[in-house]
Design a protein around this ligand. Structure first.
Ligand code: SF4
Ligand code: SF4
Ligand code: SF4
Length: 270
């Protein structure tokens, strides 16, 4: 494996074919979801990353100050943060979220108590608690493929070279060069939120990308409601609430064990 594997997403080369989205589903055995041609605001489809959609091509159109209509295709997926809020706040004991020696952040379904804390605190709204499996799920950066010397499925599939894989330092160099070709170009993920393994070339700057300028603050998206207060209070003030969340998670864990006993099946994803 690479020492610090990273993925560089360059929307200026992306045609929004969504082959990466499909490859991610195929490799990770993720179910299809109901989709709509037009979501009301954009053609992003399905509307958001979920427990069954770990990679989503976000499509947005913007009329720029100079009157030109531009399409922006950015990838929504786990950023594999260097200092992951999800990991720091996971109340499971032992923690269900791990950042390995290569910087890949994964959730252990055997340890996850489905409390939803990572859902609340992730600045990119990535992890989602699966109703079906009762665990939080997200992109694994295809660590299983990487460990065998293969490329992540999305990278391997992209027909235009809009997603590159390599050592983070090297991709930062390439990404900065690419972003530098645009007046307001910016390479996102080098420093934002402490940096991440997923890097995004933003030709028109952060403003038109939909990414938070300063990842850390978080707008709650509504699930699960039992942990809404933690995101509103902010991470610093969330100690007592996290204890409550842990208790809620343990209740759900007990419920899950009960259902396993009753059904005689293992609900954990393989
Ligand atoms: S993007 Fe969210 S889920 Fe992924 S490592 Fe960062 S905080 Fe965790
Ligand atoms: S790295 Fe693997 S799991 Fe992550 S988005 Fe790409 S295909 Fe999906
Ligand atoms: S496969 Fe490549 S070109 Fe197609 S949507 Fe994904 S990043 Fe864009």
């Amino acid at each position: 494996m690479l020492r610090r594997p990273a993925i560089l997403c360059d929307p200026t080369l992306c045609t929004a074919c969504r082959a990466c989205q499909v490859a991610c589903k195929q490799w990770n055995n993720l179910s299809a979801e109901e989709t709509e041609w037009f979501q009301g605001e954009s053609y992003t489809n399905p509307a958001r990353v979920s427990a069954e959609t770990w990679l989503l091509v976000d499509m947005r159109e913007e009329i720029m100050a100079w009157g030109e209509l531009v399409w922006m295709f950015t990838q929504r997926r786990c950023h594999h943060c260097i200092d992951p809020a999800c990991l720091k706040n996971c109340p499971a004991e032992p923690r269900a979220i791990n950042r390995d020696a290569h910087g890949i952040v994964t959730i252990d379904p055997g340890l996850c108590i489905a409390c939803g804390t990572c859902v609340d605190v992730c600045p990119f709204e990535v992890p989602t608690v699966s109703e079906r499996y009762q665990v939080a799920r997200k992109c694994t950066m295809c660590v299983d493929r990487q460990s065998k010397g293969d490329l992540p499925a999305c990278v391997k599939t992209c027909p235009t070279g809009a997603i590159s894989f390599g050592e983070r330092e090297h991709l930062i160099e390439i990404g900065r060069g690419r972003a530098g070709e645009f007046e307001k170009g910016h390479l996102y993920g080098v420093t934002e939120g402490g940096g991440s393994a997923i890097l995004h070339v933003l030709p028109y700057g952060v403003e038109f990308s939909g990414f938070p300028e300063k990842p850390g603050g978080r707008v709650h998206r509504g699930v699960p409601t039992r942990s809404r207060k933690s995101s509103m209070a902010g991470i610093d003030g969330a100690g007592p609430l996290l204890i409550g969340l842990a208790a809620a998670g343990l209740t759900r864990f007990a419920e899950r064990k009960r259902r396993v006993r009753e059904s005689g099946t293992d609900p954990d994803p393989k």
